[in-house]
Design a protein around this ligand. Structure first.
Ligand code: SAH
Length: 217
């Protein structure tokens, strides 16, 4: 299903206004990407009518598509500029991936659940959205072959800081990642200011599905 009606477009416009005025998102690159990407096509049709409300929904393999406000805030914190290389850990259904592509990032994405890897690959192709590389693997290892990256976004909550990912960040690069126990995490932005120095900023409490090791067939 790839249908995007006027009703969907209208609801999406309202969502973008909500993100701008209620959530306080101001990066036009983020807002126009979220206005472009049809979120309803990434979720099950029973949720379609609610796709443009600020809600999370179940996707395959007991995972969830993040709230639109979370996607917008993480994308804004990333400060992604056109043509930058961005590594995403946790492709899920591919919605955040699509937003990063619409922001003109060169997207490398990793997913550990085979069902979601297959689903997102098919879905993004159907929508003519092309990540630079889509990997079925364990995001804790990053993607050393394609490193270094300008930006890294982690869409699952890690209980420990994945140090391998920091290694794969360019000097001047930024990583946005939720850290903490399974029931609640704090969103952080790490900036690599020199090969050995990392600056850490904190952006409040969130609830993400856990970042797990290894892959799941
Ligand atoms: N951005 C996604 C969010 C999906 S939820 C979306 O818009 O749908 C987070 C995803 O992270 C889940 O699909 C989960 O399977 C994945 N994940 C968890 N641990 C991982 C790891 N170590 N490597 C790669 N993906 C992981």
């Amino acid at each position: 299903m790839t249908h995007d009606s006027f009703v969907h477009k209208g609801k999406r416009k309202n969502l973008v206004e909500y993100l701008r005025y209620r959530i306080g998102v101001s990066d036009e690159n983020v807002l126009s990407a979220m206005n472009e990407v049809p979120r309803h096509l990434f979720i099950e049709s029973i949720f379609e009518d609610f796709a443009y409300e600020d809600r999370a929904f179940p996707i395959l393999a007991h995972q969830t598509i993040s709230h639109p406000s979370t996607v917008a805030e993480q994308s804004e914190l990333l400060q992604l500029k056109a043509g930058e290389k961005v590594l995403e850990i946790g492709t899920g259904c591919g919605y955040q991936t699509a937003v990063l592509i619409a922001m003109k990032g060169l997207v490398y994405t990793v997913e550990r659940q085979k069902d979601l890897f297959d689903f997102s690959k098919k879905k993004l192709r159907e929508m003519h959205l092309y990540p630079k590389f889509q990997s079925f693997g364990d995001g804790f290892a990053g993607l050393p072959t394609f490193a270094p990256f300008d930006k890294i976004i982690v869409t699952c909550g890690a209980s420990v800081l994945p140090t391998e990912l920091l290694k794969q960040l360019k000097v001047g690069g930024k990583m946005v990642i939720p850290l903490g126990p399974t029931d609640e995490q704090v969103l952080y932005r790490f900036t690599k200011i020199s090969p050995t120095e990392i600056e850490k900023e904190e952006f409040g409490a969130y609830k993400f599905v856990p970042m797990l090791g290894k892959t799941n067939q």
